[in-house]
Structure formats: C-alpha cells, structure tokens
Design a protein. Sequence first.
Length: 203
Amino acid sequence: MVPPFIAYYGALQGGIGGRALMQIAYDQCRLYRDALRDESGLWRHIALGTWQDDTHWGTGVVNSDDGLSILLKEVQETLGRQRECSRIAEYDITTFKQSQNGALLNVIDAPESFEDSSSTSLLAAVTYRMAVFTNDTTLIPAADKAFAFVKENLDDEGWLQNTVDPYTFHTPSASDAHSPEGQAFVLLLQAAWTKFASNSTSR
C-alpha cells in the first residue's frame, strides 16, 4: 500500500526529487514481488514477519495488483520502464481460477475456500483500469463476469454481501456485519468501469 503513495507523491513533486521517490517506489514493489511471489506465480499473504501466512489470500493478492497498477502508470510515464513494470505487475484473472459465476475464492487456488465478493470487486476494478492504461481488452469478459457477480451481491441499501472478514482473513463476514474494504472496493470498481466505458465510447 505504501509504494503507490510514494510513487504518486513523487509524480506530484516532479524534478530530481520526484524521480528519486519514483525509483524508491519501483524498488519497493520489486522487492515485495521477490519476497512474496512463489513458484505458482501467485503472491503469498505474509512472509518474513513474526508469523507467516503462505496462502494466496485473495484480498492480499488483489491489493498487490491494485497498488501495482497505480504504480505502473506513474513509473512508466516518469521513468519509462514499461517492460520492468509490466513484469512486476503480471496478473491474470484466469490464473486466479475465477468461478463460472465470476467470483474469486477467498484463497484463490483452494477449491474448498468460499467465494469472496470483496477481492472479486477489486480485481475487476484493476482489470478495467489496466485496460485503460494498456489498451488491451483481453481480460474484459472476465472482469464483466466479476462485475455482474458483485452487483448480484449488493443489497437494497448498497451493502456488499458475501465478503471475507478483513480482520480474520479466512472467515466470512458475520451476517450482521459489513466489510469496510468491500465497500471501498465497490466504489473503485464503479469508478474504473465508468472510466473504461467512457474510453470505449470515445474510440
């Protein structure tokens, strides 16, 4: 979460100091990737701390993609490192074993895990955003399926249902509780889809 903030701050600052901050943000993401990405190509949740979670927790993986997609645009424009950034920001909804109904599992490669609308929301948002950045719409059908799943899980008051509990990581939210992350991800999804739809219309 920190590297995209550093990158954006560097972009706003500009000049030599801004470029230095952009380099720091890039290096931080590169090091995160080296430490967390395993032989499956997915990112582990927590490593090298006082405790570990080696699962591929959906929200954690997708938060990484979200931050990297933001970093990608800023670093490409400022440092001109498209190839390196694209390699760091590799992701693919199909790799995450998207369910037929468009959902991602809470642990994205564990068939026994439950469907999670929070991570599904954010990955769809990232996919629409990346399509705008790269002009590559290959993954848009998968994002559309995810968006449809999210809409089906919004209640009449706009609360996202069937989310993971963001405090426990591996249990669903209680029936009388709501996920702050899930709500934020829905807003990011709507904003990303609106931008993508606007760009598609103007072509």
